[in-house]
Design a protein around this ligand. Structure first.
Ligand code: HXC
Length: 258
């Protein structure tokens, strides 16, 4: 693993863990940090010993948004050409499941980063919002799109137009997070979930992630056709033979990712 300036990485079993590490700025996402997050995600994605990835901050903040100091003086052309927001897009090409473990502030670009992950485990203290309107801008890394798909139009409007913040329980109620746990447990819970998924058949997990994501991008008939092709393709894998044989022999399967 390369040495990073703004994040910490480690490997626990088959899970890669990325911690945002600018605590004094509430993990505000400056351009170095966004590049490093994507580089670490891509490094874990390319590592066969890793089956799932957890992205986290600290108890006080997952991330309080894009770094306002860094972008306050930028021109429109600089924002367009500096690649900052394009860097966020790289998360979409990660093939392994990414789980956000969120505690404290999860605002602006921080919430956009969490929503770009595949699942979210939240602590009771997590607070979600898109406060860009207070700065005279709008969300720019998916906040109006992913949020609306998750929570629906009227609530998304309130969050984006009037800085409505959601508690962890509200985020659970509206489908923004998978589960809410006590602060002491949110990271452990996310790591446990990641270890469970990482122990499953790698190709089935990969195809499952792709197919669920596809549901947000395509028509139902195209999505169903793609799902069917991926389902048939599973039968070309050794893991399909092993999984079904193990069931019939009443034993645990041994996955090869082949
Ligand atoms: C830069 C930030 C920051 C941010 C906090 N800090 N958020 N620095 N960018 N987004 C810094 C503060 O300046 C302060 O630094 C330190 O972190 C602690 O923050 P406080 O404000 O003192 O903490 P607190 O009173 O607890 O308030 C927490 C907070 C508040 C409610 C989260 O910090 C806040 O409103 N932050 C901004 C949130 C926001 O607007 N996010 C959207 C950004 S725009 P010092 O040096 O004074 O100690 C965005 C656009 C995305 O995300 C576009 C695409 C990616």
């Amino acid at each position: 693993m390369p040495a990073y300036e703004t994040i910490l990485t480690e490997i626990q079993g088959r899970v890669g863990l990325i911690r945002l590490n600018r605590p004094r700025a509430l993990n505000a996402l400056n351009s170095v940090m966004v590049s490093e997050i994507m580089a670490a995600l891509e490094a874990f994605d390319a590592d066969d010993s890793i089956g799932a990835i957890v992205l986290t901050g600290n108890e006080r903040a997952f991330a309080a948004g894009a770094d306002i100091k860094e972008m306050s003086q930028a021109s429109a052309v600089e924002m367009l050409t500096n690649g900052y927001i394009d860097t966020f897009d790289r998360i979409r090409s990660i093939k392994k499941p990414v789980i956000a473990a969120v505690s404290g502030w999860c605002l602006g670009g921080g919430n956009e980063l969490a929503m770009s992950c595949d699942m979210v485990v939240a602590s009771e203290s997590a607070r979600f919002g898109q406060p860009e309107v207070n700065l005279g801008v709008i969300p720019g890394a998916g906040g109006t799109q992913r949020l609306t798909r998750a929570v629906g139009k009227v609530l998304a409007m309130e969050i984006v137009l009037n800085d409505r913040r959601l508690t962890a329980q509200e985020a659970l109620q509206f489908g923004l997070v998978n589960r809410v746990v006590p602060v002491e447990r949110y990271l452990e819970e996310a790591l446990e979930l990641a270890q469970q998924i990482a122990a499953r058949a790698p190709l089935a997990v990969r195809f499952g992630k792709e197919a669920v994501n596809h549901a947000f991008e395509t028509s139902l008939s195209d999505g169903l056709a793609d799902e069917r092709r991926a389902f048939y393709f599973c039968f070309a894998s050794e893991d399909q033979k092993e999984g079904m044989q193990a069931f019939l022999e009443k034993r645990a399967p041994v996955w090869k990712g082949q």
